[in-house]
Design a protein around this ligand. Structure first.
Ligand code: 0RA
Length: 650
């Protein structure tokens, strides 16, 4: 059987002071899990997997590992296996002779202690270390292949070792395998979501050139996917452009540089479209909210393109400089930075705050891009032509706007006539319903609580914003009405403090047209008022699909299943003759004001879904699928559209 590691000091029979400190540390994690992993909801749960995988990714980035396999088991546990060097197993004198493995798994923040040079950069949003995963697991097993043997150690609930590390059979390979089962006492719903993990690992694989990550699901229908990008972020950019974004130059512009502040990688390609798809990452974390690396990149891009255009006479002396957005129209780019001590800020902790990074990225991008443009004049011309036409469109739009400024729909002083505003003026108390169709709008106006609920009926399909330029978007009647009613402007001029309602509720019919209008509205908010989504101010109303009545009793059902359940309870099976009245609502307009209030608008009883934008990369892809030229994927999506919606708010 297994024997004790030769250089391991026999543990004493009772706990010494050091052990107690360790257990207290893990206990603190169990008492306040949110402090370490953000939440005990889905995000926190998946964070456990990322924490373990990120350690393996660190090993890959140090050049010692090229395969990671993540397996989801039927019993709710998860195994992360890599072929790295293996976590060190030797005894640590300054840790009471405990193995390094045990220290890594039981001491908070012990992860990077043994690495030296290769380990200066570490992934992970919180970077809390595997000991936190151990603390929050019902059980955990570590299996290390190293120094010619397999080594084992098991942990009980809360991270207490069952015994010292044990030396097992000989092994001529190296690697680390960690299996853990999230503690049901800690997590609200400890079930891993395959798609959430798959998306993350796809990103990670693109960001870590050459690394293969395999995700295996052994629960239910077996599923397996392997993510691997030999070309790293260059492949990422091509991947983002593969649907609906037509590249206007062949090669992806790429460079990599190691500065004192960290390693910077940039890949970019311009497309024929009008929207910008620039995604930034810091230590493999998608920095949705941007930050210093992104602003450094933007400043350099604008500056370098302007200098080049001036120098080559592409911009004439009397012409104005290109503005930032002009240079990014149609641009797909990935900015990836790895740094020693990332500071994450912002509402969702996805904004890089390290101030030194801004000028480092700026300097590097300036230098690289300037020489790239010199060496690739054809690409330079294509890009500048694109930016110049964007600049002209912007100028034309500005003139058009100035002309109509006085009676502009963008001025709040001029609220649209269609808006039935509420009486209260404190935005935190107020909500606005964007309602499909005049007839539903009429019912909503009569049914609402006018103290705090405003109604804006919208007619027809609003403009397809993905394909339109800003000047066209602003000339669309429905869009102008929405902008005015919300009162906070758009794009760079958007000011969240001026928003007139803290709940903006989209209420459309439960059919394909309704789903389409909802998607168009979400696209519009995503492109023009992104902050509203970040701030969690956009919601989707959930009108019922059926009304079931028998005598004086009446119930509303929100889907088929619920309808059948209600009917069964009332004694009808939906096929034979009963005195049950069943009404299927084809549209909101079929409900009378009272019904609409009761089922969909009364804060006491309604369900509204908060729209979140957890992953801008994916959202961008979905919008493109929806709005791009291919009709098929769009129809597909609309039919099962529920993607943007999470977080019940009852
Ligand atoms: C520190 C030092 C060394 C390996 C690791 C950490 C390591 C940690 C993890 C976590 C998951 N997989 C891992 N693989 C390796 C080894 C240093 C050496 O061998 O010189």
């Amino acid at each position: 059987m297994a024997e004790t590691a030769p250089d391991h000091i026999e543990p004493s029979a009772h706990y010494d002071a050091q052990d107690i400190t360790v257990l207290e540390g893990l206990e603190a994690v169990r008492k306040r899990p949110g402090m370490y992993i953000g939440s005990t909801g889905p995000r926190g749960l998946h964070h456990l997997v990322y924490e373990v995988v990120d350690n393996s990714v660190d090993e890959a980035m140090a050049g010692y590992c090229d395969r990671i396999t993540v397996t989801l088991h039927p019993d709710g546990s998860c195994t992360v296996a890599d072929n790295g060097r293996g976590i060190p197993v030797s005894a640590m004198a300054d840790q009471g002779g405990k193995s390094a493995l045990e220290v890594v798994l039981t001491v908070l923040h012990a992860g990077g202690k043994f690495g030296g040079e290769g380990y200066k950069v570490s992934g992970g949003l919180h970077g809390v270390g595997v000991s936190v995963v151990n603390a929050l697991s019902e059980s955990l097993t570590a299996e290390v292949r190293r120094e010619g043997f397999v080594w084992y150690q098991r942990y009980r609930a809360g991270g207490e070792p069952e015994g010292p590390i044990e030396k097992g059979e000989p092994s001529d390979v190296t690697g680390t395998t960690i299996s853990f089962k999230p503690d049901e006492d800690i997590f609200d719903d400890p079930v891993f979501d395959y798609d959430t993990l798959a998306k993350r690992f796809e990103d990670t694989a693109f960001l870590t050139r050459g690394l293969s990550i395999t995700l295996i699901d052994e629960r239910g229908e077996p599923r397996e996917q392997t993510f691997h990008a030999e070309g790293g972020i260059v492949d990422f950019v091509r991947h983002l452009n593969r649907t609906g974004r037509e590249a206007i130059h062949k090669d992806v512009v790429y460079f990599e540089s190691e500065a004192e502040e960290g390693v910077i990688e940039v890949a970019m390609q311009w497309t024929a479209g009008y929207t910008e798809a620039v995604h930034s990452y810091a230590n493999n974390i998608n920095t949705h909210e941007g930050g210093t690396h992104l602003s450094g990149f933007r400043t350099a891009l604008t500056g370098t393109l302007n200098s080049y255009a001036r120098e080559k006479g592409i911009l004439k002396e009397k012409e104005d400089n290109l503005e930032g957005p002009d240079t990014r129209e149609g641009l797909t780019a990935i900015i990836s930075i790895r740094l020693r001590d990332p500071q994450f800020e912002g509402q969702t902790k996805t904004k890089l705050g390290n101030s030194e990074v801004e000028s480092a990225v700026k300097t590097v991008v300036n230098e690289w891009l300037a020489s790239y443009l010199e060496e690739h004049p054809r690409v330079a011309n294509i890009v500048l032509e694109k930016a110049l036409s964007a600049s002209r469109a912007r100028e034309a739009a500005r003139k058009a706007r100035d002309l109509t400024r006085k009676k502009s729909a963008l001025d709040v002083g001029n609220l649209p006539g269609k808006l039935a505003d509420c009486s209260l003026s404190d935005p935190a108390m107020c909500e606005i319903y964007l309602v499909e169709g005049d007839s539903a709008g009429g019912s909503a106006k009569q049914g609402r609580d006018r103290m705090f609920q405003a109604i804006l009926p919208l007619r027809g399909k609003i403009l397809n914003v993905e394909k339109a330029r800003i000047d066209k978007i602003l000339s669309n009647e429905e869009i102008r009405t929405i902008i005015t009613a919300i009162g906070a402007g758009i794009k760079e001029e958007f000011q969240i403090d001026n928003v007139r309602y803290h709940k903006i509720i989209i209420m459309t019919d439960a059919d394909v047209d309704g789903a389409h209008i909802r998607t168009l509205l979400l696209t519009f908010f995503f492109r023009q008022m992104h902050e509203l989504i970040d701030a969690g101010m956009i919601y989707i109303a959930q009108p019922p699909l059926y009304r079931v009545a028998k005598g004086k009793e009446e119930y509303y059902a929100y889907d088929l299943e619920e309808r059948d359940a209600i009917m069964a309870r009332m004694g009808g099976n939906g096929e034979g003759k009963t005195n049950i009245g069943l009404q299927r609502y084809k549209g909101l307009g079929e409900m009378n004001p009272d019904q609409l209030w009761k089922t969909t608008m009364d804060p006491e009883t309604r369900t509204i879904l908060k729209v979140t934008m957890d992953d801008a990369v994916e959202a961008n892809e979905v919008f493109q699928t929806l709005m791009g030229d291919d009709v098929e994927p769009r129809r597909d999506f609309i039919e099962k559209n529920a993607k943007f919606v999470s977080n019940l708010d009852v």
